[in-house]
Write a protein that binds this ligand. Structure first.
Ligand SMILES: C[S@@+](CC[C@H](N)C(=O)[O-])C[C@H]1O[C@@H](n2cnc3c(N)ncnc32)[C@H](O)[C@@H]1O
Length: 232
């Protein structure tokens, strides 16, 4: 690949060029119908994602979609929904898109962006639900967690009233902390929670993520789950 093209890619994703080159960065281009990485294009869809999907179906967003198993499972199960899956890692995005293409999904889009930047490219009341599965608990550095007050400030803008945040984690303390935080918020209500999703009445409808599969098979760890509704 010409150096100029490489440089363009680095410039695209990072402020400064780097020495190491991740081949999957370039390979995102193999799936233009499934992966969006251009910020300007993303931002231009703010408030009009239904035009991108070509229908009026509800839009759900997922932060940290990993290699896409959950997004793909949801899109197969709910073809009447659109799913925007946000992920940072190039290889995981590429692998997600490959899986989506294999089964010709038309209701999923994988986005290379920080979840914290959602208000830059998602409009007011544009989404019906948000999924966050197994986010990093940042032990000892909890201020870096994705589920904190600023996330709810984002949801104040982008989530419809009656819409929900869905959260799964293996981390028992993160689970307890989110329950405490949500109960303090006037416009949100915890409508379902369990420290043992796989032995709950929601286990049948649950779609496994890659991390969840690993925790179940290797560690037999209980999975915590919360649904939080925006009530006003
Ligand atoms: C622990 S993994 C979980 C992946 C997947 N949800 C699962 O359950 O298998 C967390 C994922 O979030 C992504 N991630 C971390 N911080 C992020 C951020 N600020 N915005 C978007 N994705 C992020 C990571 O690259 C990683 O793939």
């Amino acid at each position: 690949m010409a150096d100029q093209v490489k440089k363009e890619y680095w410039n695209h994703f990072f402020k400064n060029p780097k020495k190491n080159y991740n081949p999957y960065m370039e390979r995102l281009k193999e799936y233009p119908e499934y992966i969006m990485y251009d910020k300007e294009i993303m931002d231009s869809y703010k408030g009009r994602w239904k035009e991108y999907f070509g229908n009026e179906n509800p839009i759900y967003i997922e932060i940290g979609s990993g290699s896409g198993n959950f997004a793909i499972g949801m899109c197969e199960k709910y073809p009447e929904r659109n799913h925007m899956a946000i992920e940072l890692r190039f290889k995981r995005l590429h692998s997600s898109a490959r899986k989506a293409k294999r089964i010709n999904l038309d209701n999923v889009l994988f986005i290379r962006r920080f979840g914290e930047q959602i208000p830059e490219f998602v409009g007011e009341n544009e989404i019906t639900g948000m999924y966050i599965n197994f986010p990093d608990p940042w032990e000892g550095n909890e201020k870096n967690r994705i589920i904190q007050l600023p996330l709810f400030e984002t949801l104040d803008k982008v989530l419809k009233v009656g819409g929900k945040l869905f959260f799964k984690t293996d981390h028992d303390v993160y689970y307890e902390d989110v329950l405490v935080l949500a109960k303090e918020l006037k416009n949100y209500k915890v409508v379902y929670n369990t420290p043992d999703l796989h032995n709950s009445d929601k286990s049948e409808e649950n779609i496994l993520t890659e991390f969840e599969q690993l925790f179940l098979n290797k560690f037999q760890k209980n999975i915590n789950y919360i649904e939080i509704e925006k009530i006003k």
